[in-house]
Write a protein that binds this ligand. Structure first.
Ligand SMILES: NC(=O)c1ccc[n+]([C@@H]2O[C@H](COP(=O)([O-])OP(=O)(O)OC[C@H]3O[C@@H](n4cnc5c(N)ncnc54)[C@H](O)[C@@H]3O)[C@@H](O)[C@H]2O)c1
Length: 257
């Protein structure tokens, strides 16, 4: 028996087997959840379709393309889930994007277009995902997003993504306040540096990854399994008293001066 038996919901953000959201998918499925996984583009679809059957109960997984910046695609996904699931209990949001040029050098050089796109994809889409899911969360639920310490501190080259994550964390609090009365909780996991496709786009990430392993109190890098297991807890009823929270899963890195 798992802590998520009978729960069903969506995970936006499985790119490949290294994705933080894939760690979430594995932990949630192991605990009994039924999943809908989304993808962006053909390459990602191929990877997601290959990965999904490896999950416990993977044959029950719904797989559908969904770009969270497209109102039509979000509406189409909700239509599918209304038919397939009827009700949803959770949403995991792992969507983020910034131009590679804006993830190096000086933040002061960020373009207006680059700023707008990073904030739209990396912060506003959480609100899009929450609003779309709200009518299907008829028995309450749990919404979770992924953030990083660069929201609060200056991390070299993180630049516009740090500003987007600050907006994302503030959105978590406002959404938690709005949706709390109907029993929907909204939280974030602040993950330590993890070697994923997106992370590789940040200039100097490999050194940061190595240094964080050397400095973190637990002397190791964050894994997708550590994030996934915490996600399972935050989706489950075991965390029913927690909302509007940013929980660090970074082997203690954030406590250092
Ligand atoms: N890797 C790290 O070190 C780290 C640390 C803290 C937080 N995070 C955050 O974790 C989340 C997942 O990133 P990851 O590191 O696993 O990388 P990843 O590249 O594996 O995943 C990023 C995902 O975002 C999705 N995405 C991008 N634009 C989208 C859109 N418009 N609509 C829907 N989905 C979209 C991509 O399809 C991809 O699946 C991101 O929010 C990232 O900022 C990562």
């Amino acid at each position: 028996m798992g802590i998520l038996d009978g729960k069903q919901g969506i995970i936006y953000g499985v790119r490949n087997e290294k994705s933080l959201c894939w760690g979430c998918a594995q932990s949630l499925a192991r605990e009994g959840a039924r999943l809908a996984l989304t993808f962006l583009g053909e390459r990602e679809e191929k990877d997601v379709r290959k990965l999904a059957p490896t999950l416990p109960g993977g044959d029950r997984t719904v797989i559908q393309g969904c770009d969270l910046t497209s109102e039509e695609q979000v509406a189409a996904l909700m239509e599918t889930l209304t038919k397939e699931f009827g009700r949803i209990d959770f949403v995991i949001h792992g969507a983020a994007f910034a131009n590679r040029d804006d993830l190096s050098g000086r933040f002061v050089d960020t373009s207006r277009a680059g700023f707008a796109q990073a904030l739209d994809v990396s912060a506003y889409t959480l609100t899009v995902a929450a609003k779309a899911a709200e009518p299907l969360m008829t028995e309450g639920g749990s919404i979770l997003t992924l953030t990083y310490l660069g929201a609060e501190r200056v991390v070299p080259n993180y630049n516009i993504m740090g500003v987007a994550k600050a907006a994302l964390e503030a959105s978590v609090r406002y959404l938690a306040s709005d949706l709390g009365p109907q029993g929907v909780r909204v939280n974030a996991i602040s993950a330590g540096p993890t070697m994923t496709l997106s992370a590789r786009g940040i200039t100097g990430f490999s050194e940061m990854h190595r240094e964080s392993r050397e400095r973190a109190p637990l002397r190791k890098n964050t894994t997708i399994g550590e994030v996934g297991d915490t996600a399972a807890f935050l989706i489950s009823d075991w965390s029913r008293g927690i909302t509007g929270e940013v929980l660090y899963v970074d082997n203690g890195l954030h406590i250092l001066g």
